[in-house]
Ligand binder design. Structure first.
Ligand SMILES: Cc1cc2nc3c(=O)[nH]c(=O)nc-3n(C[C@H](O)[C@H](O)[C@H](O)COP(=O)(O)O)c2cc1C
Ligand code: SF4
Ligand code: SF4
Length: 379
């Protein structure tokens, strides 16, 4: 039996994520009790949203005034959040709190009060007019510098930061993702609306953050679609019932145990994201590889060296009879190839292990592509 880190390789807030299924916040509904009732099937859960300062607490009251929407309306958000975090106790679900705040100071003071045992999620998603007028929710998507300032305020407190966004609202989701990464965010939680896989791929290609795909991801087919285009996790809100959550958890666990890489990308020429460079061969023919390298500004020689360095002293550093002399250049197991499979057999590498090694190579490639952001460019 594999442990969760071997299976999914996911760490959030220095804790192993036991399954890439999360619960997304629903104001007035998702609290610690809600997460604990579903704890067997989720790895991460966002309580809230909670309004944490004067303007947003007033907005929350206004939102509930017509009686259609629920909100958590504690008089003392810090005391309430402490109580909710205490209820999570020793649960193996990583807790997150979705917060509506209207200034960097609101975020930094809540982080100071609550400490680093929880993931702080900035709500840049809510489109209720009162919230937007208070300077949070979607307001941040139209004012990305203010959102980046909120991220920096939280990061100054040494905590893990997620940003919940709605796709298609900011001027350019790719630029926003890059800006939030440079500001220090750890996680981007994306309500994809109707944009689907093309959007998650764009964002994957713009930043190395942990990506959580959200919106109607209620079937395994949809989940795998998101994972194979760049998502690390998926989250559910409206359909976060035990039956759906446990079905997704069981299916992705089985898939990971059989295939070796739970969120393996499609090959680049089949619409894969940047991680799929792990499956690409030498840049010698007319195919999407060369334009991709040009787009990301990676010289061919650097790409070649990066892949060769990435497999040095690993089991992939073999394969004289393959097209380019090393498994570094070999395709995904879903593409049939007797030369690759013969090499794997001779080297005693199972197909599942091969995919896990390709995942490691992809991590190395991602690290190299997005490494060393110059400090003068941060935020
Ligand atoms: C009743 C309700 C309340 C919500 N409240 C919040 C919130 O406070 N903060 C937030 O970021 N998203 C909130 N959302 C958005 C959800 O987290 C999620 O992004 C959206 O429902 C799409 O995911 P789903 O298709 O799995 O429901 C809310 C959604 C619903 C239905
Ligand atoms: S190098 Fe191979 S896998 Fe990559 S895009 Fe070209 S044909 Fe597809
Ligand atoms: S040997 Fe097979 S798997 Fe490897 S690059 Fe050639 S076709 Fe692809």
């Amino acid at each position: 039996m594999m442990d969760a880190f071997d299976r999914f390789g996911l760490l959030i807030n220095d804790r192993v994520v036991k399954t890439p299924v999360a619960i997304a916040s629903m104001a007035g509904i998702v609290d610690a009790a809600y997460l604990l009732e579903r704890a067997d099937s989720i790895g991460l859960g966002f309580m809230g949203g909670y309004s944490i300062d004067g303007p947003t607490m007033e907005a929350a009251k206004a939102v509930t005034a017509d009686g259609d929407r629920k909100e958590f309306l504690p008089d003392d958000p810090v005391a309430e959040l402490k109580a909710q975090m205490a209820l999570m106790g020793t649960s193996d679900v990583i807790p997150g709190i979705n917060l509506r705040g209207s200034s960097p100071e609101s975020f930094s003071s809540i982080a100071k009060a609550l400490g680093d045992s929880v993931v702080y999620e900035i709500d840049a998603h809510c489109r209720q007019p009162a919230m937007v007028a208070a300077g949070c929710g979607e307001f941040y998507l139209k004012n990305p510098d203010k959102l980046a300032a909120a991220v920096r305020a939280l990061k100054a407190g040494g905590v893990t930061v997620s940003v919940k966004i709605r796709a298609g609202v900011s001027e350019d989701d790719r630029k926003l993702a890059e800006q939030l990464w440079r500001a220090g965010a750890d996680i981007l939680h994306i309500d994809l609306m109707d944009y689907g896989t093309a959007k998650i791929r764009q964002i994957r290609n713009s930043c190395p953050l942990v990506l959580i795909a959200n919106n109607s991801i209620n079937t395994f087919e949809r989940m795998r679609d998101m994972l194979s285009h760049g998502a690390d996790m998926v989250s559910l809100a409206r359909q976060s019932n035990e039956r759906t959550l446990s079905g997704l958890d069981a299916a992705i666990t089985r898939y990971a145990d059989e295939e070796g890489w739970y969120n393996s990308p499609k090959q680049l020429c089949r619409g894969g994201d940047i991680r799929s460079l792990t499956f690409c061969c030498m840049p010698v023919k007319e195919c999407p590889l060369i334009p991709t390298l040009t787009r990301i500004g990676l010289p061919r020689e650097d790409y070649i060296q990066m892949k060769l360095d990435g497999v040095t002293e690993t089991p992939l550093d073999t394969g004289k009879q393959t097209c380019f002399g090393s498994l570094a250049w070999c395709c995904k197991t879903s593409s049939p190839c007797m030369f690759r499979d013969m090499t794997l057999k001779q080297s005693g590498i199972s197909r599942k292990e091969y995919m896990r090694l390709k995942r490691d190579l992809s991590d190395t490639i991602m690290g190299r592509i997005f490494h060393d952001v110059p400090s003068d460019k941060r935020g």
